[in-house]
Design a protein around this ligand. Structure first.
Ligand SMILES: *Cc1c(COP(=O)(O)O)cnc(C)c1O
Length: 223
């Protein structure tokens, strides 16, 4: 399938989810996750009107950035080793996987401008998942106040691998509540207005629960 065909299907599904929950589809940004596909396919996504591209490895981000550049905003969505920060920091507009102080420190010292970061939260508590526990989020964000190159634009989570809509909804709802708590602090460096949640198999529930950025790979550009 062409990316443009997949995109129009996904947009319809977003519109329906938005309608069900009293939201507007325009408040949901689609990040095309291109980690499984070629640079040509990523370029096709941009030509179809995608403005945001996501990669989970430094090599993938660099390869596609070299070909596509500033026609899209770049999202680093994978777990990030501290030693890899220097190889993505000038390409990535957003980092979705801030989950520890040492990483914040490295981002802050390598960046030459404020980087939009999502704090990754392990809402479900699964051992295999990256991210911090919800109760760690506020103390962590408060500890970032001296890092002038870190801006906490929102929270990110990966839902557990399940088809159970109740489990998925609970996970997304908890992230939204956590985001509300951070936002209420009104920290200048942490507006925390965004919710990065929802992938190919669960984005409709994520939109119903307030996602502002959904990360779609398989259903949009393919595997
Ligand atoms: C791969 C990946 C996605 C996209 O997954 P799909 O199920 O293919 O839509 C989203 N977020 C993260 C963090 C990923 O690693």
């Amino acid at each position: 399938m062409k990316v443009s065909e997949n995109l129009s299907i996904i947009k319809k599904r977003i519109e329906e989810s938005a309608r069900r929950s009293g939201r507007q589809a325009k408040d949901v940004k689609i990040i095309a996750v291109t980690k499984y596909v070629t640079t040509a396919r990523a370029r096709e996504a941009v030509e179809a009107g995608i403005l945001h591209l996501g990669e989970n490895r430094a090599e993938g981000l660099n390869e596609k950035y070299a070909a596509i550049g500033e026609k899209a905003a770049w999202h680093f969505i994978g777990s990030l080793q501290t030693r890899k920060v220097k190889s993505i920091i000038h390409q990535a507009d957003y980092i979705h996987s801030l989950d520890r102080e040492s990483l914040a420190k490295e981002i802050n010292s390598r960046a030459q401008r404020a980087v939009q970061c999502f704090v990754q939260v392990n809402v479900s508590g699964e051992e295999s998942k990256h991210g911090m526990m919800p109760e760690e989020v506020i103390p962590f964000i408060k500890s970032l106040h001296t890092y002038e190159n870190i801006r906490v634009c929102g929270l990110m989570t990966m839902a557990p691998l399940t088809e159970d809509p109740h489990v998925l909804r609970t996970c997304f709802r908890k992230l939204a509540l956590c985001r509300d708590e951070v936002r209420a602090l009104e920290l200048s460096y942490a507006p925390c207005s965004e919710l990065s949640m929802g992938m190919s198999n669960d984005f409709e529930i994520a939109v119903e629960e307030g996602a502002t950025m959904i990360r779609i790979g398989t259903a949009l550009v393919g595997e």
